[in-house]
Design a protein around this ligand. Structure first.
Ligand code: A2G
Length: 395
């Protein structure tokens, strides 16, 4: 969507994967979906350095609404107990911290968790979002007629635009169409949405991360070309910092999401993220790969003995216009011991005759020097691990 927004993949935080639909604030005061959670997260984004690293959008997912619209006006109403100060107050709080405010809704009659959706009230709701100073809208697709989505999602986007308030528009439209066996219209998605969910929701496990990677690589011919500035494929949230991923699996998700030019939307409890995981989330070089201005989505280019090679063309380009590359070696093997693997650059698609200067993005001190196109690149990757390098093309 050419609305001037999301020129690089959006970065931020969203509650869904970690906090789901916890609404009992008596029992779970620190976890319930409430203004406290979003204020606390806003504070931590700033004080723990995430904001300085680029994480910007604080996004409320499902379960923020009252079960009914306002009787008199039909307007959406935020849960009165959990958001007692109202969403304008929360938006101000987030904006005063220098961050941006995101909000979830659903195209259908109800949200996935059963709260009122936007259908039949689209104009009013777009207007309400603008009044609440929303900067980012995620529009889900539960309880909706998928056959009307090709028209309905663009229509809601037009109504958002008509408010005059710039809002990033995140669409869940394609995944619901795929569930019904229909191939999404990517040209329409690019035209009408800033990002879109292609596939299943992420859960707190490596199996879930791996399943999403498999979907994105198996379908890359039809998905990958459509990512770019203003319009991104979205493999769903970053789950590192939670319970399910090991340290090395956490690096793996971060590396692959950087290759995929994925939105970097964390879903975790920032108060309890361990320092070594925080370092992964705030790795400046990896964030720079994700946010590369060319905005070319990467691909899985090779598989050898269950080790996958994922590459992404990035800046800088040399005087011949050849790209630099981010290269992730992902070991899907689980048989113990680091697994050695050898590739020449050319078979990975790195074919500049001038060669590449190589650094390890997780071990900045490890500089591998200049490697030529004809050289064999050797690396050993631990089970369920990743080695992630930047190959800077020589001039
Ligand atoms: O509703 C859906 O499952 C969403 N999935 C998920 O991200 C979350 O928002 C959930 C809340 O009930 C998609 O948008 C594809």
């Amino acid at each position: 969507l050419e609305n001037g927004l999301a020129r690089t993949p959006p970065m931020g935080w969203m509650h869904w994967e970690r906090f789901r639909c916890i609404t009992d604030c008596q029992k779970y005061p620190n976890e319930c979906i409430s203004e406290n959670l979003f204020k606390r997260t806003t504070d931590l984004l700033v004080s723990e350095g995430y904001a300085a690293a680029g994480y910007e959008y604080v996004i409320i997912d499902d379960c923020w609404l009252e079960k009914n619209r306002d009787n008199a006006t039909n307007k959406l109403v935020e849960d009165r107990y959990r958001f007692p100060s109202g969403l304008n107050h929360l938006a101000d709080y987030i904006h005063e911290a220098g961050l941006k405010f995101g909000l979830y809704q659903d195209y259908g009659t109800h949200t996935c968790a059963g709260y009122p959706g936007v259908i039949n009230h689209m104009e009013l709701d777009a207007q309400t979002f603008a009044e609440w100073d929303v900067d980012y809208v995620k529009l889900d697709g539960c309880y909706a007629d998928t056959t009307t989505m090709d028209a309905g999602y663009p229509e809601f986007g037009r109504l958002l635009n008509q408010t005059g308030r710039p809002m990033v528009y995140s669409c869940s439209w394609p995944v619901y169409q795929e569930y019904e066996g229909k191939i999404p219209d990517y040209e329409a998605l690019k035209q009408h949405c800033n990002l879109w969910r292609n596939y299943d929701d992420i859960d707190d496990s490596f199996e879930s991360v791996a399943k999403i990677m498999d979907y994105f690589s198996k379908n890359q011919d039809r998905i990958q070309p459509h990512g770019g500035p203003g319009h991104w494929n979205d493999p769903d949230m970053l789950i590192l910092g939670n319970f399910g991923l090991s340290y090395d699996q956490s690096k793996l998700q971060m590396a692959v999401w950087a290759i995929l030019a994925a939105p970097l939307i964390m879903s975790n409890d920032l108060a309890t993220v361990r320092p070594e995981i925080k370092a992964i989330l705030q790795n400046r070089e990896i964030i720079a790969v994700n946010q590369d201005p060319l905005g070319i989505q990467g691909r899985r280019v090779l598989i050898q003995k269950n080790v996958e090679v994922w590459t992404r063309p990035i800046t800088p380009r040399n005087s011949a216009g050849e790209y630099s590359y981010a290269v992730a070696f992902v070991n899907r093997r689980t048989d113990g011991a680091p697994y050695p693997i050898s590739f020449n650059l050319k078979e990975m698609g790195l074919d500049s005759l001038r060669g590449y200067d190589v650094v390890n993005l997780f071990e900045k001190s490890q500089k591998l020097g200049v490697i030529k196109q004809t050289h064999i690149f050797n690396t050993r990757i631990i089970p369920n691990g990743v080695n992630f390098f930047k190959f800077t093309v020589l001039n």
